[in-house]
Design a protein around this ligand. Structure first.
Ligand SMILES: O=P(O)(O)OC[C@H]1O[C@H](OP(=O)(O)OP(=O)(O)O)[C@H](O)[C@@H]1O
Ligand SMILES: Nc1nc2[nH]cnc2c(=O)[nH]1
Length: 178
């Protein structure tokens, strides 16, 4: 029996959306230095596929923060597990995220990165759940607005499983309520 109730975003739709997002980002940052900041681990797929659509002078760095533990509910407490290597002073920074759910993680991260002297800090997220928002987060580039169901695939996990799927699917509640 499948663990998914539906495939919400297909592999092809993700590819087409990333083409559009990359085009908008390239246009907006033309002639400027740009640092993509990926949020581990969920953003690995979107970062890899978005970054490959960028010009060669665009750089990548990574942060790991945790607010979810191993379940499906945000703890509301964000901790840095791995900080950036790069100094952000004077740089244009674009945070790359797989998903904005409650908004707690990004709201905290934006506040944190904005204290580091960057020229600008913006957000690109593949998925956003408007109905789950607890904190409004300014997100300049959004792929898909989706319902407030727990989704997996394309970097998104449940207990570290499903990250490798090339599509985004809704996980059946009976899988995580087991
Ligand atoms: O808007 P929020 O409710 O704060 O949720 C969004 C965050 O949750 C996920 O990360 P998670 O903490 O699950 O870690 P992971 O990326 O390592 O799976 C996702 O990658 C975002 O960073
Ligand atoms: N896997 C997964 N992680 C999340 N983190 C915040 N929301 C989600 C979600 O819907 N799925």
């Amino acid at each position: 029996m499948s663990d998914f109730s539906e495939v919400l975003v297909s592999e092809n739709s993700i590819g087409r959306k990333l083409d559009e997002m990359a085009e908008a980002i390239r246009r907006d940052y033309e002639g400027q230095d740009l640092l993509l900041v990926g949020v581990l681990k969920g953003a690995v797929m979107v970062m890899a596929d978005l970054a490959r659509r960028m010009p060669p002078h665009v750089q990548m760095d990574w942060m790991a923060v945790s607010s979810y533990g191993s379940g499906t509910k945000s703890s509301g407490v964000v901790r840095i597990l791995k900080d950036l290597d790069a100094d952000l002073t004077g740089r244009h920074v674009l945070i790359v995220e797989d998903i904005i759910d409650t908004g707690v993680t990004l709201s905290w991260l934006l506040g944190n990165l904005r204290t580091r002297g960057a020229a600008s800090v913006e957000v690109a997220a593949l998925l956003r759940k408007p109905k789950a928002a607890v904190v409004e987060v300014p997100c300049k580039y959004v792929g898909f607005d989706i319902p407030p169901d727990f989704v997996v695939g394309y970097g998104l996990d449940f207990a570290e499983n499903y990250r490798t799927l090339p599509f985004v699917a809704v996980l059946k509640p009976e899988v995580y309520e087991k």
